[in-house]
Design a protein around this ligand. Structure first.
Ligand code: AMP
Ligand code: MG
Length: 300
C-alpha cells in the first residue's frame, strides 16, 4: 500500500519529506488523547500527535509535499476495544499549496482508489488468504465517493435515535452506524468550528463552519482520513488558538512563520493502519501493525 501511495503521489508531483518526531508544540486537535512530553535539554518537548504544523512549514520549500509520518497519542483506555485506535500509528500526510478543499478531496479519492486498485490487482492471493471479498471494492473502483455535510449526517443519526451532538465530531458509535450503511467510501464535510483544530479554515460564506472533511470507509470500518483547507492569516490563527483555550505563546516558532507569510493550502492525513485494516478486511487496527501499541497495553 505504501509503494502504491508513493507511486501515486510521485506521479502527481509531490515531494516526500521525512516528518519530525519531536517538537516544542504538536497538533492540539487530538481530542481526548494525551500528548507525550520529552525532556529535550531541559525544555519540555512533545512527541508528534500529528505533523500538521510542519506540513504548513514545508510549503515554504515545496508546493506539494507528503510524509509517512509516525504519530503518538495516549488515547483513553476505553479506546482499547474500539478496534480503531492505537497509541502509535502512521499517517500518509499530504499538503498542497493553493489547493481548494474540493481539489484536495479529489486527490484523496484518487489516492485511495489507486492504492485499492493496486492491492486488488497485485495481491489477490493475500486478500483471499485473509478472506477479504474483493467484490466489496466494486463500487469504490467504479463510482465517485459519496458526499454529505456534517449537518446532514447529524440529522440522519438523530433520526435513527442516536444522540449525536450537532457541535461535535461524529462520535465513534455514530460514525460506525453511518459507515455500516455505506457501500463505498464517502466524505463528510463542513464540520462546525470548535469541533476541530485551529488550522482548519472557517468558511467566509458560512461563518461557524469549516472548509474541512472526513473520509469514511464503508462496511463499518469508519474514519480513514481527516483534511481541510488551512487557515493562514496570522490574526485569525491567533484568535482561533485563543478560542480553543490554548496559549498562543506556546506556538512561538509557528506564529513567527505565519506572520512572515505561509501559502494558502489544503491537505489531509490518511491513517495507514486504518486504511490497511479496511483494505485487508481485518477485525482490528492492531492487526495492521507489526509492533502494535494498543492503548493501555504494555507490550513491545
Ligand atoms: P485526526 O487528526 O485525529 O483526524 O487523525 C488523522 C487520521 O489518523 C485519522 O483519520 C485516522 O485515520 C488516523 N488516526 C487518528 N487517531 C488514530 C489512532 N489513535 N489510531 C490509529 N489511527 C488513528
Ligand atoms: Mg479525524
Amino acid at each position: 500500500m505504501l509503494v502504491a501511495a508513493r507511486e501515486f503521489l510521485d506521479g502527481e508531483g509531490f515531494t516526500e519529506l521525512v516528518a519530525p518526531v519531536i517538537g516544542p508544540v504538536t497538533d492540539p486537535g487530538a481530542r481526548g488523547a494525551k500528548q507525550v512530553d520529552v525532556d529535550y535539554y531541559g525544555h519540555r518537548y512533545k512527541l508528534m500527535t500529528s505533523a500538521i504544523l510542519y506540513k504548513q512549514a514545508a510549503l515554504a520549500a515545496f508546493d506539494r509535499i507528503f510524509y509517512i509520518a509516525p504519530n503518538v497519542r495516549l488515547e483513553p483506555l476505553e479506546t482499547a476495544s474500539t478496534n480503531r485506535h492505537l497509541a502509535e500509528f502512521h499517517q500518509i500526510d499530504v499538503e498542497m499549496a493553493g489547493a481548494s478543499r474540493e481539489a484536495i478531496m479529489q486527490l484523496a479519492e484518487r489516492l485511495v482508489g489507486h492504492v485499492v486498485r493496486q492491492v486488488v490487482a497485485q495481491l489477490p492471493g493475500e486478500l483471499a488468504s485473509l478472506g477479504r471479498d474483493t467484490s466489496m471494492f466494486a463500487e469504490l473502483l467504479s463510482q465517485p465517493f459519496g458526499q454529505r455535510s456534517h449537518a446532514d449526517a447529524v440529522a440522519d443519526l438523530r433520526g435513527q435515535g442516536h444522540d449525536q451532538s450537532p457541535d461535535a465530531e461524529i462520535d465513534w458509535a455514530g460514525e460506525a452506524m453511518l459507515s455500516r450503511k455505506a457501500s463505498r467510501p464517502f466524505f463528510v464535510t463542513d464540520y462546525p468550528k470548535g469541533s476541530r483544530g485551529f488550522y482548519d479554515r472557517e468558511s467566509r460564506e458560512r461563518p461557524g463552519f469549516l472548509r474541512n472533511f472526513d473520509l469514511i470507509a464503508p462496511e463499518g470500518y469508519g474514519e480513514l482520513s481527516s483534511g481541510s483547507e488551512r487557515e493562514h492569516d496570522y490574526a485569525t490563527i491567533v484568535a482561533r488558538i485563543r478560542e480553543t483555550g490554548e496559549n498562543p505563546a506556546k506556538y512561538g516558532w509557528y506564529l513567527q512563520m505565519v506572520r512572515e507569510g505561509i501559502p494558502d493550502s489544503a491537505g489531509f492525513g490518511i491513517g495507514l493502519e486504518r486504511f490497511t485494516r479496511y483494505v485487508a478486511g481485518l477485525d482490528s487496527v492492531w492487526q495492521a501493525s507489526a509492533y502494535p501499541k494498543v492503548p493501555g497495553v504494555a507490550l513491545p
